[in-house]
Design a protein around this ligand. Structure first.
Ligand SMILES: Cc1cc2nc3c(=O)[nH]c(=O)nc-3n(C[C@H](O)[C@H](O)[C@H](O)COP(=O)(O)O)c2cc1C
Length: 365
């Protein structure tokens, strides 16, 4: 495989990408006590994967999470491991891409490179990689690892990690890796990935965005304020282009779609009224202490959005209104969005039958 020879289908077209996010995690993206909240079983994930695959949805993105956020529900306390989750999804689908989300410090480059290459061969090139440089300090403690305080070290490590992975995927010959973090002799990776796996990352910090614009195909950013997003996307594209690269900017959205606006708003209210606020506050506190994912001046707005959608862009309303929201993301310059639902399997079919045709008619999909 050479990085430029065979491109993954995402990189060959510019249609607006649609995906799901976090279906491998208990509660999905809704920090809720509701009894009908998402149960992240493999059975439910496979039901969802089949629905998405048949509907032509582009990819599924999982979250790598090792401890939950506490509260009454221990939000994200039950999480399917993402490499084995992706393998299972890919084995049961035909078209959709599944990502594995990997913490750099918890996954040795030689092992990771081979896992991805194996799944690439097994799935006809449908595996992608989401790189996480780390931010969640208690989780690091649970893994017995130390989270570096500074982003330079986190992303410096991630850079060497990914350089090593890339070399394993592309080198014709065994090579010695003599770096700051790995010192190896005669390393090589075979098989190679069938096509270059799409690489994503979701850094918010300056150091992380420097990493992203230097290395990845797609960068996730939250869409909190679309006027800001517009400028941010232009800046990110410029930053990438000064390095001779192209980076697509993606975001994540939470969907509450119902036949009438009143019904959609009532459902959003039901989710908010039943939020697990202790878990929400733990999530917000940790995010603000260790990560720079969200603009820190928008905290009040973010707290509610954290409860229903983990900070995702709200797509709440009738099918037409939900399609309008997606159109706005498209117009702001986003290359695509993930979607989450309180119950993905129960709610996706209505979205498929009502919103997707509007997006097709508008030429977005
Ligand atoms: C769409 C998206 C997916 C992410 N996936 C994970 C994940 O699975 N596990 C994780 O620990 N962090 C995840 N993150 C956190 C980011 O990797 C990143 O660490 C965070 O946004 C903070 O940015 P910074 O490292 O530049 O401060 C995700 C963030 C977003 C927006």
């Amino acid at each position: 495989m050479s990085q430029s020879a065979q491109q993954h289908p995402f990189l060959q077209h510019d249609k607006f990408l649609l995906a799901t996010f976090s279906s491998n995690c208990s509660g999905g993206m809704t920090v809720s006590k509701l009894p009908d909240r998402w149960q992240a079983t493999m059975e439910n994930n496979l039901k969802l994967a089949k629905l998405l695959d048949d509907a032509g949805i582009d990819f599924m993105l999982p979250i790598a999470r090792w401890i939950g956020y506490g509260g009454e529900t221990d939000f994200h306390g039950t999480v399917l491991e993402t490499m084995t989750w992706a393998a299972t999804i890919l084995a049961h689908t035909k078209r959709i891409t599944a990502f594995a989300t990997m913490h750099t410090v918890a996954n040795h480059p030689v092992v990771l490179a081979k896992q991805i290459a194996t799944l690439s061969e097994a799935s006809g090139g449908r595996i992608g990689l989401n790189i996480v440089a780390g931010w969640n300090q208690p989780e690091y403690q649970a893994l017995g690892l130390t989270l570096p305080d500074d982003h330079e070290t986190r992303y410096g490590y991630a850079q060497e990690w990914f350089d090593f992975v890339r070399k394993l995927w592309t080198s014709e010959e065994p090579f010695d890796w003599k770096g700051k973090y790995w010192n190896t002799t005669r390393s090589y990776g075979r098989p190679r990935p069938l096509v270059a796996p799409p690489i994503v990352n979701a850094a918010g910090s300056g150091q992380g965005r420097d990493f992203a614009t230097s290395n990845v195909d797609f960068l996730f950013t939250p869409a909190i304020d679309l006027a800001r997003s517009k400028d941010e996307i232009v800046q990110l594209r410029e930053q990438a282009s000064t390095k001779g690269r192209k980076v697509g900017v993606l975001t994540f959205s939470h969907v509450v779609c119902r036949p009438t606006e009143a019904e959609a708003k009532a459902e959003l209210k039901r989710q908010l009224d039943n939020a697990d606020w202790d878990a929400v506050d733990n999530l917000v506190r940790l995010q603000f202490a260790h990560a720079q994912s969200f603009p820190h001046d928008l905290l009040a707005l973010i707290r509610e959005r954290m409860a229903t959608g983990h900070g995702g862009f709200p797509l709440v309303g009738t099918p037409e209104q939900v399609a309008d929201g997606i159109s706005q993301l498209h117009e702001a310059g986003f290359r695509g969005t993930t979607l989450s639902f309180l119950d993905y399997v129960k709610e996706f079919p209505y979205f498929r039958d009502t919103v997707l045709p509007i997006l097709s008619a508008r030429g977005i999909r």
